[in-house]
Write a protein that binds this ligand. Structure first.
Ligand code: DLL
Length: 436
């Protein structure tokens, strides 16, 4: 067996064969959904498209889109495509942006999801010799269960730690010699910080790799985590609606995340018009799940903005690569008319030598938008004069202005005063929305 892949035949499939496979699966899937999900059948009928019109993936764009709103409208059972008795599990979104979405799984669906996570672990160098510490949350969130299942499939020793309890995380990490860490990048950064406080140097732990995702993170943050933990940090992407983590993952090349295209078809669309864009153009990512039985969403709009690339990858995988999501079309801030992604601010902070412990606050005062950035003063920048601090604030505000084109108010706060996150970090408060 080639240890670089978990399922080599699928992962390195020639493009033509892949397209034929996707087409065959799509035709079946559309029929399955049309017959079993009255809500989607209505959408198709309204668009004047019938299952017989779909001959292959070249016909994908004839199908209607689905959005999170559709899932809320059909809550809780309206999107189910198999009898409830065939389902063995539910998972759910965190509901931070509204009512929770429930995803259903048959055993077949769980197996394919865990295969996707196993592919991600193997791509990060995981084998049955590894000790995989999973500190994504367990429960309704897909992070813990997904990576847990993937790690089992690889045959690694799995530590189902869940999130939080940092003292215990460190104790198990050191005592059981964990080699692969799975958690959100913000928690990985916090673990790095905590290890340092315990006097544990990066070379003292046994970790070799980390598989981090579930929230946006920048290349600067990757470097920061790699340094503090002494590892190679890999990105993993996914969403509850499509199964969970593992829809795409990074290989050793780390030039985008390979989408598991034997199970999911990816499209990039213009979020305003819905028009399908060619590879290489930036837009909203849309997924069609080809194999899922219970909750098989067709043309689901993720709201994540990214770019797809079919450039050949040196790892041998043929699956298309997606860039790191550059933000979500629904979390992009428009401040004084300027489009701002929180990740742009994070890039500046880390480039200027600050830690990823920051908060962004947007408000509207006297009809003008305000942008406040709160960031911890790293101990090495501590100055005992207020002039010293305000000079640092001014220079950081200037660097952010250069990046964004609008001027923020920067507030340097004492180390350790910004709450650390154990799961997905919530860094932005838009008070303008609270006033509505
Ligand atoms: O966050 C699934 C997951 C768990 C992915 C563990 C990776 C690791 P949801 O809670 O449904 O599912 O949130 C999905 O999170 O649409 C993206 O906006 C964001 N997201 C997920 N992975 C990444 C990533 C899980 N690697 C939403 N980079 C998605 C940036 C990510 N954003």
């Amino acid at each position: 067996m080639d240890k670089r892949y978990y399922q080599k035949e699928a992962e390195t499939m020639p493009l033509e064969k892949l397209k034929a496979l996707q087409s065959e699966k799509l035709v079946k899937q559309v029929k399955h959904v049309y017959e079993h999900v009255p809500y989607y059948r209505d959408l198709m009928d309204k668009k004047g498209v019938r299952p017989e019109d779909i001959h292959g993936i070249e016909d994908l764009s004839k199908l209607p889109f689905l959005t999170k709103n559709d899932l809320r409208e059909t809550y809780p059972y309206g999107m189910l495509a198999v009898p409830l008795k065939n389902c063995v599990r539910i998972q759910s979104t965190s509901g931070t942006t509204g009512k929770r979405v429930i995803a259903y799984y048959t055993q077949h669906d769980i197996d394919l999801w865990e295969d996707c996570c196993a592919r991600a672990i193997v791509a990060a160098g995981g084998t049955d010799e590894d000790v995989v510490q999973v500190c994504y949350g367990y429960g309704l969130f897909t992070g813990g269960p997904g990576l847990n299942g993937g790690s089992h499939k690889v045959g690694s020793l799995t530590l189902p730690m869940s999130s939080g309890n940092t003292e215990r995380q460190i104790q198990f990490m050191m005592d059981l010699k964990s080699t692969i860490l799975c958690c959100t990048p913000s928690y990985a950064a916090y673990l790095g910080e905590s290890l340092k406080e315990h006097g544990i140097k990066p070379e003292d732990n046994f970790l070799k790799a980390g598989i981090f995702g579930a929230e946006p993170w920048t290349e600067e943050m990757r470097k920061d985590i790699e340094k503090s933990l002494g590892i190679k940090a890999y990105d993993i992407y996914g969403l509850t609606e499509t199964t969970g983590p593992g829809v795409s993952f990074e290989c050793e090349e780390q030039h985008g995340m390979h989408i598991n295209e034997d199970h999911f078809v990816a499209e990039i669309i213009n979020p305003e018009t819905g028009e399908v864009l060619p590879d290489g153009e930036k837009g909203e990512l849309v997924f069609t799940s080809l194999d899922k039985e219970a909750f098989p969403l067709l043309r689901y709009r993720t709201r994540d903005i990214c770019v797809l690339s079919r450039e050949k990858c040196s790892c041998g995988r043929t699956f298309v690569r997606m860039s790191k999501p550059m933000g979500r079309s629904d979390d992009m801030l428009i401040i004084r008319g300027v489009n701002v992604f929180p990740s742009q601010i994070e890039t500046v902070l880390l480039n200027e030598g600050y830690t990823p412990n920051y908060k962004i606050e947007v408000d509207r005062v006297n009809n003008t938008d305000t942008l406040d950035v709160f960031v911890e003063l790293p101990p090495e920048k501590l100055s005992d004069t207020t002039e010293g601090v305000s000079a640092l604030e001014k220079s950081l505000a200037q660097a952010i202005t250069t990046m964004l084109g609008i001027r923020p108010a920067v507030h340097l706060v004492s180390p350790k005063t910004i709450t650390r996150s154990e799961g997905k970090a919530v860094r932005v408060t838009d008070k303008r929305k609270l006033h509505d």
